[in-house]
Design a protein around this ligand. Sequence first.
Ligand code: PLP
Length: 370
Amino acid sequence: MIKKIKFVDLNKINKPFKKKYFKFLKEIYEKNSFIKSKYNKMLEKKISKIFKSKFCLTINSGTDALIVAIKALGLKKGDEILTTSNTWISSAYAISLNDCKPVFVDIDDKYFQMNEKLLSKKLTKKTKAIIVTHLYGNPCEMTHICKFAKKNNLFIIEDIAQAHLAKYKNKIVGNFGDIGCMSFYPSKNLGSIGDGGAIITNSKKMIFKCTQIANYGSTNFKDKDHKVVGYNSRMDEVQAAFLNLKIKSLKKNNDLRKDLAKVYNKKCDTMGIKRILERPNSENVYHLYPIIVKKRNLLLKKLKEKNIETQIHYEIPIHLQKVYKKFKNSNLKVTNDISKKILSLPFYPGITKNQIEYLFKVIGRNKKLI
Ligand SMILES: Cc1ncc(COP(=O)(O)O)c(C=O)c1O
């Protein structure tokens, strides 16, 4: 009997690391090595190696990674940054907090990513950068985006918070542009036990600037004479120690997600459920499994009645939220439309075959809502 299906089961996901992690914690506690010590250095090396990027800087959250990255580009007040509205609000905040202006580009209705064909429509003389978010783990069309950026002299920041190790044309996302920003929010494919994030880049200049900005404006801990204005956006050792353990299973867990997605895809296709498609030449790492449902709120309610947890990514597009209301007429038809229909199903490594059967059985019983 299935009593409940959690949206994600972090106890199950994090259990294998508990014993070793507690040993690491004891060591950190006893040595008082809390900030930017051994475990951060080790983690930065591991991330660089696994993500195939020259440099990595650990950061205290994905949001701060984006804020620091934009600051490192050295943009001016009022510069415009192309981005999407169907995503977590941090990318827009990072733009605003750097005194720049977000310009929202619509998404496509197949892969639900930035519609690369619409970029030129939003280009102005003030456009200076693009934040490309590979949402749900599904890569954007980077060939066109990179060509467009090069032609128009734009920086690219990739938000890979939901796309750890996803690939486009065999290249790991985060390496296409100037800077890649990731989050280790606990439920992410590589999730910490609190807040965490990282920046990856192949540019020496960018890693230098990001390191300065994220560490009180200095690349040196002992600096007394600070050169630039900076934040304190560093990662704690308690997070870095945990991520050092968990990162070893990122590839394996991504493979489990891909296998699970095959099962979900088959179920959706036989039941006529509209799902997110995988772009040709790309590897989706399935951070989330969203479906498109005609009567979304009703289906959500029916699933809740059966103790099946779902989430909505995202219920109110950024340009329709109060804080960004001046952007409400941004002409984002697909974004507006899917925000009313999108529903993320429970999906994580460790969800059982019986739970999946039950989930789709309950959806099947409510076929008229699909
Ligand atoms: C796409 C995306 N960008 C940025 C963030 C912000 O990361 P954090 O929560 O670590 O600040 C998140 C999620 O949490 C996200 O999903």
